[in-house]
Design a protein around this ligand. Structure first.
Ligand code: SF4
Length: 490
């Protein structure tokens, strides 16, 4: 069940970031700051939330299904989580059996002490590792790939929890941004390629970590820097901050889709304002794919910054030709099929007085299955638009993501099934064009894509996965799904 929020995708036809993490150490109100930080990251996961705190002696956990506000706005909820260190997690999941057991942070009492972990990303060899661990007698409590890390830490022979974590992560493939709590302090780390984001900030004497910098704005922290790819940062209760590079220096391959869609526009990602990056993507789209038209109209909300960039570059007026309802609630009974596209129209409605008789450039951030794009084009047509020219602020999404982003299997991706001309016919637009991959790189401040050593993960556009996908070995590309869709309730 998806819930309305200004920053959430309401189309039901988008790639969907699955998690956000936040942690605070040496903070007066660590749990309250964590709840607030998670609230700012709510767009990264809306279906479950958890916080674990540590008061110097005891770890305490509270987890729930639903939004942060539903679970952590009451003072009693925060009071249950004492201590100067806390970490939390929001997640998107398919609601089903399993309930709370997969809700993070996960926690375990290990021989070497308490261990809590919040994970954004996806371990692409989790199934293989899990089978090996089960063979050796491990008993798993959840169906989350993250639990594999806990079992690997538990069985490592190194003396300290930090070294055990390094030992465990050497066996792990895929994407992870982790916030770990131990009785000695907090450890934040990113996978060697830095596929998923993780930022570091300061709030007085406290050190904070978050998936996105917007969380620092909301809790009143100063953004300090990103956690570098392959970096491990350890913070103890005396305020000592130590950085390690246990995996050596690595070329980074952060997820380029953070620029296109996932991150909030008011965040800084990879050293660049997401809002400015999206405007630059729109401008580049206009350079590559100009159009004779009367208006530039965004598909709200995610297409707005790119549409502003397209309009500024092309000199065409930017107008809100689609109005989004901010009050789309949970499911309610639809009146049979009186409205042809009532599902879309509950969320978006064409601004008929504006678009009637006009040639429209419609800007969206991506096309996934194409079903919503079709409905929006038809809605604009029904409202009297004369021509509809669809422009997309990312290259065709033709491959699934295995790094912590919810994507349909490849056979359901429109761009995996057909070229651009048949896609145009499928969505019934007068024309359809996408930004090029090199144009996207240029817009986010990079040289053209270096095919030998790409600067980003762009696998959902190119199929060039930056890590091995061990769990998929031997499966056909069309049906390939990881055995443990990460962080989803089984
Ligand atoms: Fe991001 Fe796409 Fe790579 Fe997934 S495959 S991490 S969505 S760029």
């Amino acid at each position: 069940m998806k819930i309305s929020h200004p920053f959430y995708d309401e189309h039901g036809d988008k790639l969907r970031e699955e998690c956000g993490v936040f942690g605070a150490i040496n903070a007066t109100d660590a749990s309250a700051a964590t709840a607030l930080g998670l609230h700012a990251l709510q767009h990264r996961g809306q279906e479950a939330v958890g916080i674990v705190s540590f008061d110097g002696t005891t770890f305490t956990a509270r987890r729930g299904l639903g939004h942060v506000a539903e679970n952590f706005s009451a003072p009693e909820a925060i009071a249950e989580l004492p201590g100067s260190m806390a970490a939390g997690h929001v997640r998107y999941s398919t609601t089903g059996s399993g309930g709370l057991r997969n809700v993070q942070p996960l926690y375990a009492d290990l021989a070497s002490g308490g261990f809590a972990v919040a994970h954004n990303g996806n371990i692409s060899n989790a199934g293989t590792l899990r089978a090996e661990l089960v063979q050796k007698g491990a008993i798993f409590q959840s169906t989350s790939d993250t639990e594999v890390i806990i079992h690997l830490v538990a069985t490592s022979r190194y003396p300290t929890l930090r070294d055990r974590l390094v030992d465990a992560l050497r066996l792990v493939e895929g994407a992870y941004a982790l916030i770990v709590m131990t009785p000695q302090g907090m450890i934040a780390c990113r996978d060697p390629l830095g596929i998923r984001p993780l930022q570091m900030g300061r709030m007085g004497d406290a050190v904070v970590f978050a998936s996105e910098t917007v969380a620092f704005d909301v809790v009143g922290a100063e953004f300090e820097r990103q956690v570098e790819p392959g970096e491990m940062i350890e913070v103890d209760f005396d305020g000592n901050v130590t950085s390690f590079r246990p995996f050596g220096e690595n070329r980074s391959r952060p997820c380029i889709f953070e620029h296109v869609y996932f991150s909030r526009p008011d965040s800084i990602f990879d050293g660049r304002s997401v809002y400015e990056a999206r405007k630059a993507i729109g401008a580049q789209l206009a350079i590559e794919n100009p159009c004779e038209a009367d208006l530039v109209v965004p598909v709200p909300d995610s297409g707005v910054p790119a549409a502003i960039g397209y309009a500024q570059q092309s000199g065409l007026p930017f107008e809100l030709g689609i109005i989004r309802s901010h009050y789309v609630g949970r499911t309610f009974i639809q009146p049979s099929d009186t409205a042809r596209h009532s599902g879309v129209k509950r969320k978006h409605n064409a601004n008929r007085g504006l678009v009637e008789g006009k040639r429209i450039v419609l800007i969206d951030d991506s096309i996934v299955r194409g079903t919503t794009s079709l409905k929006i084009v038809e809605m604009m047509r029904d409202a009297g638009a004369k021509e509809i020219h669809f422009r997309v602020a990312s290259p065709p999404t033709a491959h699934s993501c295995y790094y912590g982003v919810d994507t349909p299997e490849r056979s359901k991706l429109l761009a995996a099934q057909m070229d651009v001309a048949p896609m145009r016919d499928f969505i019934k637009a007068d024309s359809l064009a996408f930004i090029s991959i090199d144009g996207l790189y240029k817009a986010v401040g990079q040289e053209p894509r270096n095919s030998g050593c790409p600067q980003f993960c762009d696998a959902c556009f190119t199929g060039d996965y930056p890590t091995p996908l061990t769990d998929l070995a031997g499966k056909s590309d069309d049906s390939a799904q990881l055995p443990f869709p990460v962080n989803k309730v089984a």
